[in-house]
Design a protein around this ligand. Structure first.
Ligand code: ZN
Ligand code: ZN
Length: 167
């Protein structure tokens, strides 16, 4: 297979994973899987949180892609590479820039990175299973739209919130 095709598979896997992660975050983590995800929306002691189990599950899927891919299905190997790349981007943006769980040397720079960070802070503005906005990790909507959506969600729930995302 040509390099271009392989690159295309990696890119498609990264984009596909963002869509998949968005759907899982919105419908599973904030649904039936809240039991694991709740730890990420509340203060927890220690280095790890129950929510990290999702990353373990996704890592197992990537590992399976590498293993099966190396047994004669090379396209799947490149899917595994895309998933791994997504994992790295997730770790940098989410765990590094937003939550500072990794010893990250600098703050978000550039309009797009700042938007990603602000959007995820807005996701955490509602500390509950319902009413949250912005479920993606490497793509985010316009922050003003998210703020308006959050305000609407909270007022529907009869709550008010100060959206403090200055940076
Ligand atoms: Zn969440
Ligand atoms: Zn988060």
């Amino acid at each position: 297979m040509s390099i271009l095709l392989n690159l295309g598979i990696v890119l498609a896997a990264v984009i596909g994973m963002e869509i998949f992660a968005w759907a899982i975050h919105k419908y599973v983590m904030h649904g039936i899987g809240w039991g694991w995800h709740e730890s990420h929306h509340t203060e927890t002691d220690g280095l790890f949180e129950k929510n990290d189990l999702y990353a373990v599950v996704f890592s197992c899927i990537a590992a399976a892609c590498f293993i099966i891919g190396s047994m004669g299905h090379s396209w799947l190997w490149y899917v595994g590479l895309g998933l791994t790349l997504y994992g790295v981007l997730y770790a940098v943006v989410h765990d590094g820039l937003v939550h500072r769980r990794l010893p990250f040397p600098r703050k978000a720079r550039g309009r797009y990175m700042k938007r990603l960070v602000q959007a995820h802070r807005l996701h955490h503005a509602a500390h509950t299973k319902d009413g949250c906005v912005s479920f993606g990790f490497i793509w985010a909507q316009d922050v003003r739209k998210l703020k308006a959506e959050l305000k609407q969600n909270l007022s529907r729930q009869g709550r008010s919130h100060q959206t403090d995302i200055a940076e």
